[in-house]
Design a protein around this ligand. Sequence first.
Ligand SMILES: NC(=O)c1ccc[n+]([C@@H]2O[C@H](COP(=O)([O-])OP(=O)(O)OC[C@H]3O[C@@H](n4cnc5c(N)ncnc54)[C@H](OP(=O)(O)O)[C@@H]3O)[C@@H](O)[C@H]2O)c1
Length: 240
Amino acid sequence: MARVAIVTGGTRGIGEAISLALQEAGMTVAANFAGNEERARAFTDRTGIAAYQWDVADYDACQTGVQQVAEQLGPVDVLVNNAGITRDGTILKLTYQAWKEVIDTNLGGCFNMAKAVFPGMRDRKWGRIVNIGSINGQAGQYGQVNYAAAKSGIHGFTKALAQEGARAGVTVNAIAPGYIDTDMVAAVPADVLEKIVAKIPVGRLGQANEIARGVAFLCSEDGGFVTGSTLSINGGQHMY
Ligand SMILES: NC(=O)c1ccc[n+]([C@@H]2O[C@H](COP(=O)([O-])OP(=O)(O)OC[C@H]3O[C@@H](n4cnc5c(N)ncnc54)[C@H](OP(=O)(O)O)[C@@H]3O)[C@@H](O)[C@H]2O)c1
């Protein structure tokens, strides 16, 4: 039977590419999203992949969402924690609200979703969890104390949960993307983006499917000996 995968934030950007890569690998995919129903509907029409709306920052909504996916598609074998947001600003301007939203979504979402799927994976002795971190969680970034802290936290979360899953056949890994051509990066002012690209050794932004291929490997049978690792896919920008 096909393995069932949930990709949070799986209807656009990097998440869309991940949903498609896992579908191509033969999995039954559920793509979660937060609120952009129009993009989610277009995604499902195009790909045939079911989209499910819930907020990963909401603990109870994650429990209910995972239960609904399991009832409709089967027990969840693969979780990709991809949903993420930015609320940038230097600490002088950053509000508590902007701090909390980013921590609750990017890092809290990983905990909420892992809590919902991990017990079943452990009982069935097979599971794959991939958390999408960021180069800015490894290197820090001006104006992103909230985002860098959340992403850095994801890398620690990954290594700790990997130790809990290891004996039960559940691998837990992270991918740290560099700058990838998605809506999130399109929101960066053009002059700032030009300076960013100038610092990427390969001389371009990454493509979403270049992250998705890494995720597909980590979620495959062949990835069974890889756990607690962080795969940097960043065009050589930060060698960590
Ligand atoms: N793009 C980059 O250069 C880059 C670099 C490093 C790391 N990353 C990380 O990669 C991941 C994907 O980034 P992206 O550029 O593809 O982002 P994006 O284009 O902005 O898409 C974000 C996705 O996450 C969903 N989402 C946001 N908040 C959510 C919530 N509370 N609950 C459920 N879903 C939520 C969105 O749903 P809606 O469509 O409903 O809004 C959307 O599907 C993020 O974790 C990001 O931090 C991106």
